[in-house]
Design a binder for this molecule. Sequence first.
Ligand SMILES: Cc1ncc(COP(=O)(O)O)c(C=O)c1O
Length: 396
Amino acid sequence: MTKNSLKSGPDELGYYGEGENAMGGMAVGETLMPALHELNKGFEDAIKDQAFLDEYAYYCKHYIGRPSPLYFAENLTKNLGGAKILFKQEHLNHTGSHKINNSLFQILLARRMGKKHLICESGAGQHYSATAAVAAKFNMPLIGVMGEIDIKRVNQNIIKAKHYGAKLKSVPGSLKEAITFAIKTWTSNPDYAYIIGSCVSSAPFPKIVTFAQSIIGKEIREQSMAQEGKVPDMIVGCLGGGSNFAGSIYEFLDEPSVKKIGVEAAETAALSNGTPGIMQGMKTYMLQSNDGSKSLGGSSLGAGIQYFSVGPMHSYLKNLKAVDYTFATDKEILDAYKLVAKTEGISAALEPMAGAAEVIKQAKDKSKDYLICLSLCGRGEKDLDTIQEHIGKDFE
Ligand SMILES: Cc1ncc(COP(=O)(O)O)c(C=O)c1O
């Protein structure tokens, strides 16, 4: 990491940036501090250990199936009649999304740190099934915590996680409540590692998750150079907590010539409609009541992007205007799903279709040699019932 670079990461206290505008930090009680410091040390030691990094690279290739292809979406490109569109196909990873890059990294880290039990939270169930798969592979018991609302709508992932031997803990509410419960359990059990699913919460979690997911952007650079002779002019991705998008853009943060657009769900667009506040261990943009005592936000069809808040690195990048953030409505997400399915034969998860909705807007008025890369971070299986319910007739 270089000084004076957007890639220099947070300071020792976990802050991105300085002064009043600094985001992130460790906004937690004293009892949590030892566990967070232990984790930070474990991470910093691990990333200096070449054997550990080689082990991660080995399982990325042989277990996840990396590198994921950078695919020229030719029919969609023709249909929109503007920029050349590339899909970074994270949906082809084992377990169907980008989540496994991070689950694998953190479980290898937990093993290296001598942890015996795992706990994770999940919104879409995607992080739960990915973590459960890796936990099975390395023979470690896992508890997955999910909100009741989310359990109802995405139970395919839950069934798979059960087959992998994980145990589900249901809590009232949604992702926010699941994170709170998982953190509490983790800190009262020193034997546990908390395998967090996105680049959110107290330091050092945002840094660790971003590190694990940055493999996406590194591959984008290599593949785009090899296939297109240049890096993308624009990278677009969806955000819940922001990990797939962080991983896609991290490599390019010091290159303003690569335009970056992050897309949240309209109903939980913390970066567009929120204000800075402190909750869940971090200072970041969030949807909150005027006195900051309560989180707000509606629901989105994309379970994984229905999160009232966002990872602090994104809040920092927004304040610096280094990255643009916008949002997509449920209707735009469904329209994008239809178009991608019909033109490319890809049934994508609803979350990345928030990104696709923005690509559709951006591509039209660009020249044919303008390259837009979309982080296609999940496959559609978990959302088929929802899609069928809302636009099923459109396919008959
Ligand atoms: C398929 C998919 N995409 C995106 C997300 C959003 O997470 P993040 O913003 O951390 O990439 C999720 C979260 O569950 C997901 O399942």
